[in-house]
Design a binder for this molecule. Structure first.
Ligand SMILES: Nc1ncnc2c1ncn2[C@@H]1O[C@H](COP(=O)(O)OP(=O)(O)OP(=O)(O)O)[C@@H](O)[C@H]1O
Length: 708
């Protein structure tokens, strides 16, 4: 959506602007009246439904479903109230529609507001002066609460602006240069056509969006989630999961989807996804416990605990089982794709079949033995003796009434007896023990590793509280790095997780380890995902270095990849300052194109003892010059604690490893060499740090910092 550049003589006069704002205000007032009425009606209906007494469980469940629908409807209407209508398109045929966060239509009339995700709204995002898509004009509305404060138009069909057109600077630049609030805002009113194409892509599999810092990957991912919820009922029913690298990032993006009317969204990190209380892990531990080979090794560890090869000496007076019978029962139990614990019932059933056969055979053998003994005592062979007995019985009139001992064997009765037999239970427990994910992982880690390979963090204390039992961080039983192992074990033992989602968004996806990818895939059976990231910003934990590798096992080959090239956050000057660094950390990756220009980054050189003083000075100057601005001081992780006392609100200290995905009006990068040297891959942390500001970047160089 290029902003139309016009000479100042073509700009609309202030009274024309006011008139058009008043025209739009009338439309917007009607929309709010409708919104309020529909929200009130949904609430009233909800209250009524909740008061109703259900006559049985079926009715109670039906009532719950209706209540959930009404609650969602009321929430969506209320959530969309801020800047409800932000656009309007006027077609060349004289018709027009207003575009907003949700659709509004009176019961008996034409739509007053079209949902931004509806097909009718698409030209608002897609039309350009080169391809106007049947539009004459695109209008943006700016509001303060429920009051329209400004309108601005783009004329797309090449016609001359008329008295009702308000032409001037477009809203994109305003949105991009606006002071940050510490929370990401929805970009629904200014989504660019290159972004909108991805948001509305009909692709059903994994959509990958890559691009440099600030190219709008997060914006696209969140708006795509909202679109998918709107366009696909099944997804809406199953909900959306948004995964981010840390709680701070999740907090930063948490308002975007609710402001688009979507409240049924779970935000999590891979560490918090299972709800387990975990302590932090070192990079080395997280990296090692994220490696792909662990999945197969865990599967083998479970398989090793399933009916080991060889004959089985059955407890009690039940017959022993030969190796072939044990192996056959094992093959039946493992062959139907069930997890270990549910497969136990199948194993037991086949074990009982084998025991029944063995008992029948044993009974037969015993009978044969008696026959032999009687025949020998009478000096006849068994066949002629049987014949003689049968003939005597027939003469006595008992023909067909008395069977042989073999005929008496009732396999179903025997099976039922065996199913309740304690000895059989003990046999099953020994051959196919019920396993617990935590116990299994603990056992493996305490043994030092898997498949003879060591796993860092493994050892005698693995999975045990390190602080004497106080729950919660930092002394929880498990570390963040254990979560994918525990999840893998739980899947092997008990099957898929209880909660799965219709669509999953993975942000900063370059950070995800192979074991974490498996965790994510498990929660998205449809594999409908939006995956966004940038390998030039990759941290230290994941060993994955491209999307093919990341998604090989989970995307079923249904991947569509998009690359964004325009940086909406970073100015041309700040991007320019990262050129050499980018060439080193990601050779071949092009520098993005900045939409904005600004000031050159400022470099301040100070000796190590002067760091604190220098930071205080820079921060207080910035706060004085830009009151209310968001200002971050980014440093190597190990320096963050020292600087906590130096940097006071409204400025904040941010360890470099925690800066991914965030942005600020101004950033001070402390001791870039130290950030680059702090951990392997530290240059990528530095690249992330340098690309966080929207306006002002100060680089505080300390030539002797490395000597610390
Ligand atoms: N169409 C748009 N309209 C308004 N603002 C936008 C638009 N696209 C992106 N932005 C803004 O640009 C900034 C960067 O966007 P975003 O955080 O999505 O980029 P990113 O590619 O995810 O960055 P990073 O790689 O650093 O995480 C944000 O402030 C975002 O709101």
């Amino acid at each position: 959506m290029p902003q139309t550049a016009l000479s100042s003589s073509a700009r609309t006069r202030p009274d024309g602007r006011a008139t058009q704002a008043a025209v739009e205000q009338r439309h917007v007032d009607e929309m709010y009246a409708l919104l309020d009425a529909q929200a009130a009606a949904a609430r009233a209906e909800l209250t009524r439904v909740l008061r109703e007494r259900a006559s049985g469980p079926a009715e109670a469940q039906e009532r719950e479903v209706t209540a959930a629908r009404l609650r969602a409807r009321a929430g969506a209407l209320e959530g969309a109230a801020h800047a409800l209508c932000f656009g309007r398109i006027d077609r060349t045929d004289g018709t027009s529609v207003h575009v907003g966060r949700i659709g509004l239509r009176p019961d008996d009339g034409e739509p007053r507001l079209v949902d931004w995700r509806a097909e009718a709204a698409r030209p608002f995002y897609a039309a350009t002066a080169l391809a106007p898509d049947g539009l004459r004009r695109r209008r943006h509305l700016k509001a303060d609460g429920r009051t329209v404060t400004e309108v601005s138009d783009e004329i797309l069909d090449g016609s001359a602006p008329g008295p009702d057109d308000v032409v001037g600077d477009g809203p994109l630049v305003e949105a991009l240069t606006a002071r940050r609030t510490g929370r990401m805002q929805a970009a629904v009113s200014t989504l660019q056509s290159e972004q909108d194409r991805i948001v509305r892509s009909p692709h059903r599999g994994v959509t990958v969006v890559q691009g440099g810092p600030g190219t709008g990957k997060t914006v696209v991912a969140l708006h795509r989630a909202a679109y998918v919820l709107y366009a696909h009922e099944r997804v809406a029913a199953a909900g959306v999961l948004v995964l981010g690298p840390n709680p701070r990032f999740l907090e930063y993006i948490s308002h975007v989807l609710p402001s688009l009317g979507e409240n049924d969204v779970v935000l999590a990190t891979c560490a918090t996804l299972t709800g387990r209380d975990v302590r932090p892990a070192s990079d080395a531990e997280a990296r090692a416990k994220g490696e792909a080979w662990l999945a197969a090794a865990l599967a083998r560890a479970v398989a090793d605990r399933q009916a080991p090869p060889g004959p089985f000496r059955t407890p009690g007076d039940l017959p022993d089982l030969p190796a072939a019978d044990v192996a056959a029962a094992r093959a039946q139990a493992t062959g139907i794709g069930l997890a270990h614990n549910p497969a136990r019932a199948v194993f037991k059933e086949h074990l009982i079949d084998a025991l029944t056969d063995a008992l029948e055979l044993a009974g037969q053998d015993a009978l044969n033995e008696v026959d032999q003994q009687v025949a020998a005592a009478m000096g006849r062979d068994v066949a002629s003796l049987d014949k003689a007995v049968a003939s005597d019985l027939a003469n006595l009139g008992f023909d067909g009434v008395v069977g042989t001992a073999h005929d008496d064997f009732d396999p179903e009765a025997v099976r039922a007896e065996l199913a309740a037999d304690r000895g059989v239970d003990r046999a099953v427990e020994e051959l196919w023990p019920r396993l617990d994910a935590e116990e299994l992982v603990r056992e493996i880690l305490r043994a030092g590793g898997l498949d003879g390979r060591p796993v860092p963090g493994a050892g005698p204390d693995a999975g045990a509280r390190s602080d004497g039992g106080e729950p919660g961080r930092p002394g929880a039983d498990w570390s963040e790095a254990d979560v994918p192992l525990l999840d893998e074990a739980a899947a092997l033992l008990d099957g898929l997780p209880g909660r799965t989602f219709g669509h999953v968004v993975v942000d900063e996806a370059q950070e995800i380890t192979p074991m974490q990818w498996r965790m994510i895939a498990r929660r998205c059976p449809s594999r409908s995902m939006t995956v966004v990231g940038d390998f030039a910003q990759a941290g230290q934990v994941s060993t994955v270095r491209d999307w093919d590798e990341a998604l090989a096992d989970i995307a079923d080959g249904r991947t569509q990849t998009w690359t964004l090239t325009v940086s909406y956050r970073t100015t041309a000057e700040i991007l320019g300052a990262t050129r050499d660094l980018l060439a080193r950390i990601a050779p071949g990756q092009e520098l993005s194109t900045a939409v904005r220009q600004g000031q050159e980054p400022r470099r301040v050189v100070v000796g190590r003892p002067g760091i604190a003083e220098a930071i205080r000075g820079i921060v207080s100057d910035d706060v004085a010059a830009h009151p209310g601005a968001q200002l971050a001081v980014i440093c190597a992780d190990h320096r963050a604690a020292d600087l906590a006392g130096v940097v006071v609100p409204p400025a904040q200290v941010l360890p470099a490893s925690q800066a991914r995905g965030l942005e600020f009006d101004a950033v001070v990068v402390v001791a870039p060499d130290e950030i680059a040297a702090a951990r392997p891959g530290g240059e990528r942390d530095l690249y992330v740090a340098l690309t966080r500001p929207t306006h002002r970047l100060t680089i505080l160089e300390t030539p002797d910092a490395g000597a610390a």
